[in-house]
Design a protein around this ligand. Structure first.
Ligand code: FAD
Ligand code: SF4
Ligand code: SF4
Length: 419
């Protein structure tokens, strides 16, 4: 039997792990945690499985996205996706602000949606209770559930596995995910009226790339969690801005202990970022162009310590998103101060450089006959042209070096196991 289209997306390194295909066809496609390649779909190799994969491809943003219907009016929009209005702010609720990754704006907005009846539930991800090294898609209907998800998880997560539960109700749901998760949801909604009818708002977190499970294991080693211990909690961010990376574990004699904590910058810079998947390095949307609202860190005014009171950078992408942020401000759920629309570039210098390199990386891939994402209506060449000559060259030569080093021409095969 020939390979199905979803398996082919995985094999060609185009899958982002959003979980949309599995969420649409849970009887035939399931997500598995591969320690090296990420959380990826495995399709039943039956005629029904192949049929499901063919339809699921229509909602897969890993393969392709269409930017032509987005309102890209000026250079700021063309660089970051539609930017209607920007603010710097935080959740009014002090616990949400403290537990949140930056200023708890995402959880604060989600809590406001539940409190006002704007939504009956919020689809997001949270650490798995029985194994916090891994994540699960959940729908929360109260603050306690939302707080389980507060704080970014720099690990693989597939929030679109919640699609069956989103569709099963007749009440609106707010969806939270990474830019690629929101992009797939957006695509799937175009083909699924019931799904579209049940989504009242989408919120994306900024994302430089999701590390794999091997990265989490390396982090646990650095945090000096014994190999024989059972991890009972693992935080990558939050409890202040930007927060410490810290685990809690139980030793075989039943004693529960907090591990040492390391600053977020050290954990990301020294361990996690090197384990981002190749798909993330050719990702053209790190800030959630397809969402109603996007939230990231205002790094242009960084915290002085590791656990300062947090602040978030909030971007309204649609009129619906802008109205919701303004209502949350009026409803005293969110404290926010308007900022100039060009604040994103000042806040995210690393993403400016990454955005510029994408055209070069993709051209380098295609020159070797390797697949790259197909994003129509997105003009990557002008962004690449703004790079200094050395960086232009690096984007191409660095890609070829990585293709050789990581043998990226090999088909990705998913190991269906977690140790
Ligand atoms: C892998 C990764 C890379 C990131 N890279 C950047 C970056 O380059 N620049 C930047 O400014 N910000 C980045 N962030 C986002 C940043 O860490 C904060 O999430 C953002 O500022 C929102 O903070 P908050 O306090 O408002 O959110 P919170 O109130 O803490 O809420 C965070 C929400 O995100 C959801 N979430 C957490 N982890 C994941 C995940 N892995 N997949 C899907 N949903 C998730 C949670 O369920 C929760 O609902 C990244 C986050 C992740 C997970
Ligand atoms: S990107 Fe999402 S929809 Fe596409 S194959 Fe991967 S998990 Fe499935
Ligand atoms: S970098 Fe892009 S593809 Fe990778 S997890 Fe983030 S949004 Fe998804």
């Amino acid at each position: 039997m020939r390979s199905d289209p979803i398996t082919s997306i995985v094999q060609k390194n185009l899958c982002t792990g959003c979980g949309g295909c599995a969420g649409q066809f849970p009887d035939f496609i399931r997500m598995v945690d591969d320690p090296e390649n990420g959380r990826r779909p495995v399709v039943a190799q039956t005629p029904e499985g192949h049929k499901a994969a063919k339809v699921a491809l229509e909602g897969c943003a890993g393969a392709a996205t269409d930017w032509s219907k987005l309102a890209l009016i000026d250079d700021i929009d063309r660089m970051w996706g539609p930017v209607l209005k920007t603010w710097e702010g935080w959740a009014q609720d002090t616990e949400i602000r403290h537990r949140g990754s930056s200023g708890g704006a995402v959880t604060g907005l989600a809590a406001y949606a539940l409190d006002t009846g704007f939504a009956a539930g919020v689809a997001h991800i949270a650490a798995r209770t029985e194994d916090p090294r891994l994540n699960e898609a959940v729908i929360s209907r109260d603050h306690a559930g939302l707080l389980r998800g507060a704080g970014s998880r720099y690990a693989q997560a597939s929030p679109l596995e919640a699609i069956p539960e989103i569709k099963s109700g007749d009440a609106p749901i707010v969806f939270i995910g990474k830019p690629c998760d929101v992009a797939s949801l957006n695509k799937a909604m175009r083909h699924d009226a019931q799904l579209a009818a049940n989504i009242s708002l989408t919120i994306a977190i900024f994302c430089a790339g999701a590390p794999n499970l091997n990265a989490t294991e390396q982090l646990l080693d650095t945090l000096e969690v014994p190999k024989t211990a059972k991890v009972t909690d693992l935080r990558y961010r939050g409890n202040g801005w930007p927060g410490l990376m810290q685990a809690r574990f139980q030793t075989p004699d039943g004693t529960e202990t907090d591990s040492k904590g390391i600053p977020y910058g050290e954990g990301w810079g020294r361990i996690l970022q090197a384990h981002r998947r190749w798909r993330c390095r050719v990702c053209a949307d790190h800030t959630g162009a397809f969402a109603d609202i996007s939230v990231g860190d205002p790094w242009h005014a960084p915290p002085k310590g590791n656990t300062d009171a947090g602040r978030s950078l909030i971007v309204a992408r649609t009129a619906r998103g802008q109205a919701f942020v303004e209502a949350a401000m009026q409803g005293r759920a969110l404290v926010a101060i308007a900022r100039d629309r060009d604040v994103i570039a000042r806040a995210q210098p690393n993403l400016v450089a990454t955005g510029g390199a994408i055209w070069g990386r993709r051209v380098a891939m295609r020159a070797l006959g390797l697949a790259a994402p197909q994003d129509t209506g997105l003009k990557l060449l002008p962004l690449w042209m703004t790079l200094p000559a050395k960086q232009k060259m690096q984007s191409v030569l660095g890609t070829w070096k990585r293709v050789l080093r990581d043998r990226l021409w090999r088909r990705v095969r998913i190991a269906d196991r977690v140790q």
